[in-house]
Design a protein around this ligand. Structure first.
Ligand SMILES: [Zn+2]
Length: 196
C-alpha cells in the first residue's frame, strides 16, 4: 500500500469505507455540461479513487467505488469523453471493472449517439482492448439492458449517465467483481425490505 502518496480525498473516502462501510457520494457538478469541465472533475476526483481501488484490490471497496461513479454519471447524466478513456486505462489493470464500466458507459452512448464514434477512434492505438471491451460488454449485457427482470438478481436502478431514461441501464452489479459465493452489498441492502 502506498497511501502516503495518494490523493487526500481518495484516502478520506477509503477511510469512510473502512469505518462506515460506505463511500460518500460525489457531489460535484458539471458546469454548463462542458466536456472540458467534466474531464477536470473526473481527473481530480474520480481517477485518484479509481487508482487507489485498483491498487488495493479489495472487491467490496472497488464495487462501491464503481457505484459512486455510476451514481454520479447518472445524476449528471454524463458518460466518459474520449480524453477520459485513456486515463482510466492507464491507471487500471487488465481485468479491472473500471475498464468495463468505462467501455460500458461509452457503449451506451454510442448506441444512442452513433455519430460520436469518430471522436473515440484513435484510442485503440494505445489501448487496443478498449473496443474489444465495448463489444464484450454489448455481447454480455445488451439483452439485460432492455429486458426488465431478465435476471432476477439484477437490481434495476433508474439509469446510467446520459441514458437514464432507458429501463434497466443502471443495474449497478453489472460492473462489480464478486468472489464465488460472495453476496453483493446491494443485495444485502435490499434484502430486508425486498425492494427493487
Ligand atoms: Zn454486486
Amino acid at each position: 500500500m502506498e497511501l502516503p502518496e495518494d490523493d487526500e480525498c481518495a484516502i478520506n473516502r477509503f477511510i469512510s469505507w473502512v469505518y462506515g462501510g460506505s463511500i460518500p457520494a460525489f457531489e460535484f457538478k458539471i458546469k454548463d455540461r462542458e466536456e472540458a469541465h467534466a474531464s477536470i472533475l473526473i481527473a481530480s476526483h474520480i481517477l485518484p479513487l479509481v487508482s487507489l481501488a485498483n491498487r488495493l484490490c479489495i472487491n467490496e471497496f472497488t464495487n462501491q467505488v464503481v457505484d459512486v461513479i455510476q451514481d454520479w454519471l447518472l445524476k449528471e447524466r454524463w458518460t466518459f469523453a474520449p480524453q477520459d478513456v485513456p486515463r482510466i486505462y492507464e491507471i487500471t489493470s487488465a481485468e479491472s471493472p473500471f475498464r468495463l464500466l468505462c467501455a460500458g458507459a461509452v457503449a451506451l452512448r454510442l448506441k444512442f449517439q452513433p455519430n460520436v464514434l469518430e471522436e473515440y477512434t484513435g484510442i485503440e492505438l494505445e489501448h487496443p482492448e478498449f473496443f474489444k471491451h465495448i463489444v464484450a460488454f454489448q455481447n454480455k449485457h445488451w439483452r439485460q439492458l432492455y429486458v426488465k427482470d431478465a435476471d432476477p438478481r439484477i437490481h434495476v436502478r433508474s439509469g446510467l449517465g446520459i441514458f437514464a431514461d432507458v429501463r434497466g441501464l443502471g443495474n449497478q452489479c453489472l460492473f462489480h467483481t464478486h468472489a464465488e459465493g460472495e453476496i453483493c452489498h446491494l443485495e444485502k441492502l435490499t434484502e430486508p425490505s425486498n425492494a427493487d
